[in-house]
Design a protein around this ligand. Structure first.
Ligand code: PRP
Length: 219
């Protein structure tokens, strides 16, 4: 079978990507320059058969869906929000956090009124409240969502909660849990066929690491 050549892997820039790279290195796919002090975005280790590139976390799925990357790592939040046409191969059990609804302390929902929801995750919010038959007005923001209820822009927010520090420090509290989130390994659909053997080998090596608990893969 054709070994498919080098694997192109899109990593999410930032803390999650660094954790995931550490896992890939342990799993036998090193490319140390990736975490070096440089502004370069593409790195290759032909001996390990990998080419890594750093992209914005919310863009990983686009690179993978369109075949610019064979593999990538994206949070379940991104996959649910954008519903990219990719294979979700495994749960890497890192980048663990949750999607939650939060509001100012003491907030009381009035079911008779349209609920104003500020979020980066408009699609997830629509699905969540449609499931509850709740009438909402989505206020789509791109960051610092926590400010919205403080300034009266929204009644609640739907956002990622990891340690809870951002909510606490802004006097907000979780009023509903929406879903648990973790990082997923995703694959381009045709790349998966053409590079099946190499992708399977990488997926199995990562799975072994995740299951052994030796990956240093805590959230
Ligand atoms: C995320 C999220 C929360 C924060 C939660 O923001 O949107 O603001 O992390 O983390 P915590 O529970 O550990 O405090 P991010 O850092 O991605 O920045 P953003 O405001 O641009 O979304």
């Amino acid at each position: 079978m054709n070994d498919g050549g080098i694997l192109n892997i899109a990593l999410p820039k930032g803390r999650l990507g660094e954790k995931v790279y550490a896992m890939l290195e342990k799993a036998g796919y090193p490319c140390p320059e990736v975490i070096g002090d440089t502004r370069k975005l593409i790195f290759e280790n032909p001996d390990a058969g990998v080419r890594y590139f750093w992209v914005k976390p919310s863009d990983v799925a686009i690179y993978v869906e369109r075949g610019a990357a064979d593999l990538g790592v994206a949070g379940k939040d991104i996959l649910l929000e954008y519903e990219p046409d990719v294979y979700e191969l495994s749960d890497l059990r890192t980048g663990i956090c949750r999607m939650a609804v939060a509001a100012k302390k003491g907030f009381r929902d009035d079911p008779g009124k349209t609920l104003r929801v500020a979020t980066k995750f408009s699609h997830i919010a629509r699905m969540y409240y449609a499931g509850k038959g709740r009438d909402i007005d989505i206020i789509h923001l791109n960051g610092s969502i926590e400010i919205a209820p403080i300034l009266g822009l929204s009644d609640v927010i739907m956002d990622i909660v990891e340690t809870g520090t951002t909510l606490r420090e802004n006097d907000l509290e979780v009023i509903a849990e929406v879903l648990p989130i973790s990082a997923r390994l995703i694959a381009n659909k045709s790349g998966f066929r053409f590079k099946y053997d190499r992708i399977r080998a990488l997926t199995e090596a990562l799975a072994e690491l995740v299951n052994s608990g030796k990956g240093g893969v805590k959230a």
